[in-house]
Write a protein of this length. Structure first.
Length: 332
């Protein structure tokens, strides 16, 4: 996998918060395309698509779909693979902590009936995607936060563990030495898994799971668990999900925007490009941060686009688990 160029938001940099990427150790690439703009891409389902090079996650989701299970089951199981990967420093166990050294996780899930569940600022639980599903299915609420989310998870049988691995603790200690409260240029950092799936019945679900921005201010929540921003599904139209600087995705409600653009007749590719365009138009600082979107419509046609080079997508469709190097706006 190529590393994403480490890109930093100028406004956040004063707090020493960085945006970039980590490498997913569990990747098992089957093929790689050149920079791609999938205007004439494939269609069909079942299928699954995810942000970044997460072949093991899409393979697991595909396996679940092949057994005839729902897109919702595929999303949960697929996301769990990366959440359990201690070497991935952006999702689940091993995620890079906030500036106080606490690993805090955000996740959400949405099904084909329009149901949604999320956890924000969840600590000590390895599988926030599964807790989000429990919030959706077992409570009258849609979002649980912090201690309450943790207590709920424990009451549902999730085991509390220490999510801070030695490697992430070391990285945090290193960050504290050199970068505390100072702008950081090109620090290695973060990716979120956003995943969209269509099952054999043509029903769509999605999920999004992350440890958020590394070294964030305690209490910060990004786009990933927020409906319409990090993820949105409308089973009549399609779905979209995001990665990158959550603050910018939140301000433009990016995933909802993409689904609405597809409703108006845009292809998934056109919709992703327009959503990136909205961020760029409003924000002269776009050169300093990255956002990437992926989308799928009801036929299983897909699209993806980012502000800068370095965004990758994994798609399992028509029996092929493939990585795609996304086309991007800022060609310099
Ligand atoms: N979107 C995530 C957040 O802002 C981070 C990422 O995708 O790298 O929390």
């Amino acid at each position: 996998m190529k590393r994403r160029k480490f890109i930093q938001n100028a406004s956040l940099s004063t707090f020493g918060i960085a945006v970039g990427t980590s490498v997913f150790a569990s990747e098992t690439k089957t093929s790689i395309s050149e920079v791609s703009n999938p205007k004439s891409g494939t269609s069909g389902f079942p299928m699954v698509i995810a942000t970044w090079n997460v072949n093991s996650s899409t393979a697991e989701a595909w396996r679940v779909l092949q057994e005839g299970n729902s897109a919702l089951d595929a999303i949960e199981k697929g996301c769990m693979v990366e959440e359990a990967n201690a070497e991935g420093q952006s999702v689940g166990i091993g995620g890079l902590p906030d500036r106080d050294g606490n690993v805090t996780l955000d996740a959400c899930i949405m099904d084909s009936k329009g149901n949604y569940g999320a956890v924000v600022y969840l600590q000590h639980i390895m599988h926030p995607i599964s807790v989000a599903r429990k919030v959706m299915e077992d409570t009258p609420h849609v979002i649980l936060a912090g201690k309450g989310a943790e207590q709920f998870a424990i009451s549902e049988g999730f085991k509390p563990i220490d999510l801070l691995t030695e490697a992430s603790k070391k990285a945090w200690e290193e960050w504290k030495k050199t970068s505390q409260y100072k702008p950081i240029i090109n620090i290695e950092n973060h990716d979120t898994i956003g995943m969209l799936a269509i099952d054999k019945n043509g029903d769509i679900s999605g999920g999004c799971t992350t440890s958020g921005l590394a070294y964030k201010i305690a209490g910060r929540v990004g786009d990933s668990p927020i409906i319409g921003s990090g993820l949105f599904i409308d089973n009549e139209i399609g779905g979209a999900t995001a990665t990158g600087l959550g603050e910018e995705v939140l301000k433009t409600v990016g995933s909802f925007l993409i689904v609405e653009l597809m409703r108006q007749g845009k292809t998934p590719q056109q919709a992703c490009e327009e959503a990136i365009g909205r961020i760029i138009k409003k924000n002269p600082d776009y050169k300093d941060f990255q956002v990437g979107y992926i989308a799928v419509n009801k036929k299983g046609e897909t699209g993806w686009y980012s502000i800068h080079d370095g965004f990758w997508v994994t798609k399992y469709q028509n029996d092929k688990n493939e990585n795609f190097h996304s086309d991007f706006y800022d060609k310099k």
